[in-house]
Design a protein around this ligand. Structure first.
Ligand SMILES: Nc1ncnc2c1ncn2[C@@H]1O[C@H](COP(=O)(O)OP(=O)(O)OP(=O)(O)O)[C@@H](O)[C@H]1O
Ligand SMILES: NC(=O)CC[C@H](N)C(=O)O
Length: 631
């Protein structure tokens, strides 16, 4: 009997509706029963809600997670990115770049750009540069540089070179002079209102025209441009404009700015320069300098492709190919830098890396593995359409990834002692348990666990008054305790003056049937940990459009802290053996968040950066089932 139970518990599955571990057969029975019930309900309804019935019966035969894992290179093998490659099949000579502006922390959307640019080159045997697009000294700070490099590596990518647009300031300047000499650029002194009129007025519908400055000769333009460089103009008093094609239907051809006076010291070039090249002037040229074969960016740059191509062609430079993919946006959160800053300054969250945010440093702190982020992006696929994804879809991907990637441990959030009165009757082999870290994968190994006379279960798994639809522990009731040799029957309980149950007493049921339901427990001497369970920070799907702004949409209880949770001793080994899983990006530098595990019947957890050697703080990465814990 004892062996049979220990063996059987290894094969238990989670009943997502009740949160219990049950045998495969029992789960099948329950699902079939629920499907039948749903079907009857559906048939009874006036308009037959066919969808519901289908959904329910689909739930009963959900494919196993392994069966739904996608080829990690799927997004490069077919669809948009495969077509882009076919236009220019460069093989091992493929060179891409990921070009963030170092003016904030990267967010989940950027992970798509990283996965695409680095993944595309890697898939074709080429390389990728991490390029800091640092042409705007007004917003850049050192901390962003370090954090961006860290995040790229954490996602498992190695930049071929880390480059800076600013390293090219001299070459860019020389090319600007060349453009003037080619009569394709002029120094303009118009103000914003005048420029707007030249570009067709407020609606862009009145006739477009060039200002007098466009008529200046090369010498005048060169002199004025040098004067800009030498500090003879205040910001806004002069700027260099490209002479493109104002008759074109594309605003990106309407004599865009190439250089402006900013008079701000730059974090790399100091006060060497007071004029700075614009994005439109810089990006295509630096792509060309770096020999980029495929310059992949988001669709808001589609119109800019014309000026991108025009400039390299006009300057007779090597021409990279720009192609555009859809942005990744997620609902129910804020990702803009300004929005995040408000949340942080207002102390609504713990910082830029608060586990409730969707910056990549926050997802990392929360414990989301880099591989889960990459597989989420791969699953979404890449097209030219922008995608608006619900957070629960992201969480579903993370959950699916974690299911086979991390070990399982028993823990209780709100411990309730259970004294097993006949525990001393056990043989020592029944007390010294050996628990596998994974029910399926023997490579995860196992750890010893000693069954003590008093164990702790979660308070929510005990009820003072039993009922028919309740399957866990109650007076006189028997349930399985995961991995224990015998089922346990509750005999009595005690309460304190406030009516709170303080202790349950129980005995083994050595001759009983195999129980249908199993709950988790931890032995005496388990480690006390603080557990933080976060739910969505915002109440609505679209916080930005809530009246009065997104601060009015903040959920009052997005963080629950359990200060007295207990985790079984197997945790120490899980901690020692981190990272879980052992991926490229975490091998080199595994932070506390790489200590990940499934807390049986509760959720997936990771260690928080607030942890010390003595005090362990855990974050919930994601629940075991959709919507659990949502307020
Ligand atoms: N939501 C997104 N989905 C996919 N790619 C993105 C997204 N946001 C930015 N990128 C891409 O990441 C690269 C570097 O981004 P950069 O920091 O310059 O972007 P950004 O547009 O300023 O981002 P944000 O304003 O959202 O912080 C660019 O190629 C950009 O197109
Ligand atoms: N072409 C691009 O990928 C754009 C990158 C650039 N740093 C930006 O503004 O967003």
């Amino acid at each position: 009997m004892a062996d049979a139970i220990t063996e059987a518990t290894a094969k238990l599955q989670l009943d997502e509706e009740t949160g219990e571990m049950v045998s495969k057969n029992e789960l099948k029975k329950r699902l079939a029963k629920r499907a039948k019930k749903a079907k009857t309900a559906a048939n009874k309804a006036a308009a037959p809600p066919k969808d519901t019935t289908e959904k329910e019966s689909n739930a009963a035969k959900k494919p196993k997670p392994e069966e739904t894992q996608l080829d990690p290179d799927a997004m490069f093998k077919e669809g948009f990115l495969a077509k882009v490659y076919d236009e220019r099949p460069t093989g091992k000579d493929t060179v891409t770049r990921f070009p963030p502006e170092p003016n904030g922390f990267l967010h989940l959307g950027h992970a798509k750009a990283i996965a695409i640019n680095f993944g595309f080159a890697r898939y074709h045997g080429g390389v990728t540069n991490l390029r800091f697009d640092d042409t705007n000294p007004e917003a850049e700070e050192e901390i962003y540089f370090t954090s961006i490099i860290d995040v790229v590596e954490w996602l498992g990518f190695k930049p071929h070179a880390i480059t800076y647009s600013s390293d090219n300031f001299q070459r860019l300047y020389d090319l600007a002079e060349k453009l003037i000499q080619l009569e394709k650029a002029y120094v303009c002194h118009c103000n914003e209102a005048e420029i707007k009129l030249q570009r067709g007025g407020e609606k862009g519908t009145s006739p477009r025209y060039r200002c007098v400055h466009a008529e200046q000769d090369v010498e005048t333009n060169l002199q004025k441009f040098r004067d800009m460089r030498d500090g003879k103009y205040q910001p806004q008093a002069a700027f260099l404009r490209m002479k493109q094609d104002i008759t074109s239907g594309n605003p990106q051809n309407w004599d865009l700015a190439a250089y402006r006076v900013l008079s701000k010291p730059h974090h790399r070039t100091g006060d060497k320069w007071i004029i700075y090249p614009t994005y439109d002037f810089t990006h295509c040229i630096v792509d060309s300098f770096e020999g980029i074969t495929h310059s992949l960016c988001t669709t808001e740059f589609q119109q800019a492709r014309e000026s991108y191509e025009w400039l390299n062609k006009t300057l007779s430079l090597y021409e990279p190919m720009q192609r555009e993919y859809g942005r990744l946006n997620v609902t129910g959160t804020i990702m803009s830098k300004r929005g995040l800053k408000k949340l942080i300054d207002g102390k609504y969250v713990r910082g830029w890396d608060d586990p409730r945010l969707y910056t990549l440093i926050a997802l990392r702190r929360r414990g989301v593995p880099p591989g889960a982020i990459l597989s989420f992006i791969n699953e979404l696929g890449v097209t030219t359409a922008n995608s608006l994804i619900q957070l629960k879809r992201f969480e579903q991907s993370v959950r699916r990834y974690l299911e086979t990637a991390v070990p399982r441990l028993m823990m209780v959030l709100d411990p309730l002692p259970v004294v097993i009165e006949d525990a001393d009757s056990l043989a020592s082999s029944e007390r010294d348990l050996n628990i596998p870290f994974s029910p399926k994968n023997p490579e995860f190994g196992s750890h010893p666990l000693r069954l003590t006379n008093t164990v702790y279960i979660d308070r929510s798994d005990y009820r003072e008054v039993d009922s028919k639809d309740y399957f866990r522990l109650a007076p006189g009731k028997t349930v399985g305790f995961l991995q224990m040799p015998y089922p346990v029957t509750a005999t009595s309980f005690s309460k304190d003056a406030d009516g709170k149950i303080t202790e349950v007493r129980a005995v083994f049921n050595k001759d009983g049937k195999r129980p249908k339901t199993y709950i988790q427990w931890v032995p005496e001497g388990s480690r006390k940990v603080e557990v933080r369970v976060h739910t969505a920070l915002f109440k609505s799907e679209d916080p930005a459009s809530v009246e009065g702004g997104f601060l009015n949409d903040i959920s009052p209880n997005s963080e629950t802290v359990y200060t007295d949770a207990l985790i079984e001793p197997g945790f120490e080994e899980v901690r020692r053996r981190a990272p879980w899983p052992d991926t490229e990006g975490e091998k080199k530098k595994a932070g506390p968040e790489s200590v990940r595990f499934q807390g049986l019947r509760i959720a997936y957890f990771a260690m928080d950066s607030d942890s010390t050697d003595d005090k362990v703080v855990l974050n919930r990465i994601v629940s075991l089932k959709e919507d659990a814990g949502k307020s």
